[in-house]
Design a protein around this ligand. Structure first.
Ligand SMILES: [Zn+2]
Length: 306
């Protein structure tokens, strides 16, 4: 009897393990470098005029993001509002995948707006922040294709008006019915440049210091987030202490004390906030590795109940 029970238990463990490694395989197969390239080149091209909030270029970019979301099986919705502060219409784009628990949320986001056209020059904002848009879009595809229902409902967000005022994401969290039900926010802002070359790309991510378990998963137990032990990540990563302040959309979440992880460049590059932040300088090798690593970590945290 005991042997049968043990065997059944072992089988259950084995099948769960198999289910997860199978789901990781399916998720990894959903990463398509050519699609990532296409999206990055398209959205940072002249056609979108630097995507400044409430311009034709920004509306065109939002439509493009909608169409990609539709093509991977989501029904995107818009969160539109008028900001009297800047006298502009702001438009966040949201897509969701229901989890087993529809009352617990994980939000994964990146801003799609840019600086627009300044003195006749287009600020393309390829790294800042179409790289982040590409990361969130790919994660959305991976979660759609991994064959398992996530433990919590995931919302993929493409924020408007991060530049200058961080308005889009602030509006979102301020109007979220119960911010305490968001157990994780993952932010991507500038994750596409390999300043040391493709062989040794580096990325940094900050964790909210109010939540020590985030640090544990991000640093000490990262190997537990990987589907295979000793798997090579092919990326150097630096985990930073996050004080919840700074200049990107994660501050809209940290003000409600929501645990967050913010992915960003280790060092600012000279093209930051210049017209020369163009797609030809993006390392798609690095971008793919950042996406892979953040998938492992987010998948692990989805199953984790603080
Ligand atoms: Zn940015």
């Amino acid at each position: 009897m005991k042997i049968i029970q043990k065997t059944l238990l072992l089988l259950a463990i084995l099948s769960t393990t198999a289910l997860y490694s199978n789901s990781f395989d399916k998720a990894l197969k959903a990463i398509n470098i050519n699609e990532i390239k296409q999206l990055t080149i398209e959205l940072s091209s002249d056609k979108y005029q630097g995507r400044q909030t409430d311009t034709d270029g920004s509306r065109l970019a939002a439509k493009y993001i909608d169409s990609v979301l539709l093509s991977i099986g989501y029904n995107p919705v818009r969160q539109n509002f008028y900001s009297s502060r800047i006298d502009k219409n702001v438009s966040n784009i949201l897509a969701r995948i229901d989890g087993k628990d529809t009352n617990s949320f994980v939000v994964i986001g990146a801003h799609y707006d840019g600086l627009g056209v300044v003195n006749g020059e287009i600020y393309h904002g390829a790294d800042d922040n179409i790289s982040g848009v590409a990361a969130v879009m790919t994660l959305a595809k991976m979660y759609k294709n991994n064959g398992v229902k996530p433990a919590k409902t995931i919302i993929f967000a493409f924020w408007d008006r991060e530049e200058e005022n961080i308005l889009g994401s602030n509006y979102y969290t301020s109007n979220f019915y119960k911010p305490e039900r968001i157990s994780l926010y993952m932010n991507f802002d500038m994750v596409g440049r390999a300043n040391n070359g493709d062989l040794f790309p580096e990325v940094s991510y900050a964790w909210n210091n109010n939540y020590p378990y985030l640090k544990t998963i991000c640093r000490k137990n990262l190997h537990k987030a990987l589907p295979k032990k000793n798997q090579s990540l092919d990326i150097t990563y630096e985990v930073r202490w996050g004080d919840g302040k700074g200049g990107s959309d994660y501050i809209a979440f940290s003000k409600f004390n929501i645990p967050y992880i913010a992915w960003m460049e280790v060092n600012m590059h000279p093209d930051y906030h210049r017209p020369t932040d163009t797609s030809d300088k993006i390392s798609f090798v690095k971008l793919e590795r950042v996406i892979r690593l953040s998938y492992y970590i987010s998948f692990n945290l989805l199953c984790f109940r603080p």
